[in-house]
Design a protein around this ligand. Structure first.
Ligand code: GDP
Length: 201
């Protein structure tokens, strides 16, 4: 959707969902991005499930309506309405957990079978935990490349690549197109290219 702002710059609004196994750090990534906070003892039932964040570019704003699962994925009961119609999906695994990688790959498969979002980001979180690493960076990156996903390793704890993740998504979304074109099924492959920025920690 397009809204006009007081500065008469257009605001392009996109639905963004964050998916992945329970405890990989989805809420922590959002908390770091939106409030620059990190909580070691984050409970699984955090109240808020919906956030909006606007990023300003030279000639336009991108407003991301970001949906968090509020832990529903623990019960394997994530309602399709949660991710249907998403413009972008952030699919998160934990680099210290092989099972979380499989779950993330299953999410990509599922989105591809249904109606894939225009932008998918495949994210290896907890890259501050290098000694416990189970998933090599190259494994995540090559999977992401095969599936035309952006790729990054992040740390919500240290803030590594968190801002960059959302900036890259906002830039990759096809903001120049009109809404009716955006809703057609044409996917611009250039909007789903891989990102090379690995974790610096
Ligand atoms: P969610 O269930 O996917 O939303 O995961 P949470 O955000 O609730 O995080 C689960 C646990 O992992 C919490 O104890 C967080 O403090 C911890 N955590 C999240 N992100 C990171 C990270 O980047 N590094 C480390 N070391 N721990 C993290």
């Amino acid at each position: 959707a397009i809204e006009m702002s007081y500065q008469s710059k257009q605001t392009h609004v996109f639905k963004v969902v964050i998916l992945g196994e329970s405890r990989v750090g989805k809420t922590s990534i959002l908390l770091r991005f939106l409030k620059n906070q990190f909580n070691e003892n984050l409970g699984t039932s955090i109240g808020a499930v919906f956030f909006a964040h606007t990023i300003e570019f030279d000639n336009y704003f991108v407003k991301l309506d970001i949906w968090d699962t509020a832990g529903q994925e623990r019960y394997d009961s994530l309602a399709p309405i949660y991710y249907k119609g998403a413009d972008a999906a952030i699919i998160v695994y934990d680099i210290t957990s092989q099972s979380s990688l499989s779950r993330a790959q299953a999410w990509v498969d599922q989105l591809e079978k249904e109606e894939a979002p225009q932008v998918m980001a495949f994210i290896g979180n907890k890259c501050d935990c290098e000694p416990q690493r189970k998933v090599p960076t190259e494994v995540g990156r090559s999977y992401a490349q095969e599936h035309e996903c952006l790729f990054m390793e992040t740390s919500a704890k240290q803030g590594t690549n968190i801002r960059s993740l959302f900036d890259t998504i906002a830039r990759a979304l096809p903001h120049q197109q009109q809404q009716d074109q955006k809703n057609s099924n044409t996917i611009d492959p250039s909007s789903r290219k891989s990102d090379d920025s690995g974790c610096k920690c």
